[in-house]
Design a protein around this ligand. Structure first.
Ligand code: UD1
Length: 351
């Protein structure tokens, strides 16, 4: 069996690393890795391949940044060429980025079956580019791997139950697998110069980085707080910050970090504030209370007992959530048992 794995952006490298590790155990599966080039900076791409031992991509399409149409269009052209040459039995796509939807569309038009990992997530907010990418990808896929029961239900509601499997979440597998490596020499470098107690922040979603007012409100909450905040800055957030924002003195900006360093930063944080989907879950898996700087979440399982609180970019709500007591209840096993990747590869082999 030949599987074409198509990735392009940070969170996809993490998910693909976990599934590729399982694929590598099978002599009868050949994996071809196609990197669209959506993310290209050293610490947005290469570091993940190195740290997570992902095989070097067989193809890098070098698409880079652009408007949604430019980026997706170039990906479609590049992916189509490779798929015609390689003729895989399955195309494996992850998550909800422009790379995901381009890969699914290119493959579906060539009648190459598409399997979507992390299917069925819905925010029900079509202002998010990711929501459009998810809906389109799920609709044209042949096999949907849902990470949670909520995702299974969403797909059922859309008439897709017949091609849906509950796999559990490959990001849960990843955290369990890589946690052991965190104490390795080199990882701890990231902690140098940081205070012992800090809140970890990430901000990169279009709704916060394309809207200066949202970012202002978030920074106002930090300014009024006595905590120290550590923010690994995504390039698109850096662009907005460079347009004349003054950042509060208790906010430490650092360069984007790799996956293992991010896990370490999360595990050592007092709380996590983020607009990322993946980090909401990683915080939950590592028993760190999360504050979600968006107006909704797809990961509603994390909301119980205030393990995750949705504040949007509202200064007062963020301040309240930062002072809220940390829950003592256990986190729930809603994301599977840590064997999602094995389940996915087994299921593909049975197809
Ligand atoms: C993308 C995904 C988002 C995901 C995120 C993870 C889409 C629509 N969005 O958002 O769902 O959560 O990746 O990080 O696919 N840039 C660089 N260097 C890079 C990559 C990007 O400087 O290596 C800058 C460019 O200015 C670019 C901007 O960041 O225009 C945005 O990058 P892009 O890949 O379009 O979207 P993300 O915000 O990263």
């Amino acid at each position: 069996m030949k599987i074409a794995t198509i990735v392009g952006a940070r969170p996809q490298f993490v998910k693909a690393a976990t599934v590729s590790r399982i694929i590598a155990r099978y002599n009868d599966i050949r994996e071809v890795i196609i990197h669209t080039g959506q993310h290209y900076d050293e610490n947005m791409s290469d570091i993940f391949f190195r740290e997570l031992n992902i095989p070097e991509p067989d193809y890098n399409l070098g698409v880079g940044s652009g408007s949604h149409a430019e980026q997706t269009g170039q990906m479609l052209q590049g992916i189509e060429k490779v798929l015609i040459d390689e003729r895989p039995d399955w195309t494996l796509v992850y998550g909800d980025t422009n790379s995901t939807v381009a890969a699914a569309l290119a493959a579906a038009k060539l009648h190459i079956p598409v399997a979507h990992v992390e299917a069925g997530l819905r925010s029900f907010n079509r202002m998010m580019p990711e929501e459009i990418n998810r809906i389109v990808t799920d609709r044209i896929s042949d096999l949907l791997f849902a990470p949670t029961q909520t995702a299974v239900q969403n797909l059922g509601t859309e008439g897709l139950a017949g091609i849906t499997c509950f796999s559990g979440d490959v990001m849960f597998d990843s955290v369990l697998f890589y946690l052991d490596m965190l104490d390795k020499k080199g990882m701890k470098e990231v902690m140098r110069g940081l205070p012992e107690k800090y809140m970890l922040v990430t901000i990169h979603r279009a709704e916060n980085t394309d809207n200066p007012e949202n970012l202002k409100q978030i920074l106002a909450a930090f300014r009024r707080s006595e905590h120290t905040f550590v923010l690994p800055v995504h390039p698109r957030t850096r662009k907005l910050l460079n347009t004349g924002f003054t950042t509060p003195p208790n906010l430490i900006l650092i360069e984007p970090v790799g996956y293992l360093q991010m896990l370490l930063l999360t595990r050592n944080a007092v709380k996590v504030l983020t607009d990322s989907g993946g980090l909401q879950k990683e915080a939950y898996f590592l028993n760190r209370q999360c504050i979600t700087l968006r107006i909704e979440t797809e990961w509603i399982e994390t909301l119980h007992d205030n393990w995750n609180t949705i504040t949007g970019p509202d200064t007062e709500a963020i301040l309240r959530a930062m002072e809220a007591p940390v829950p003592s209840s256990p986190v729930l096993p809603s994301f599977g048992t840590g064997n999602a990747a094995s389940f996915i590869v087994d299921r593909l082999l049975k197809s």
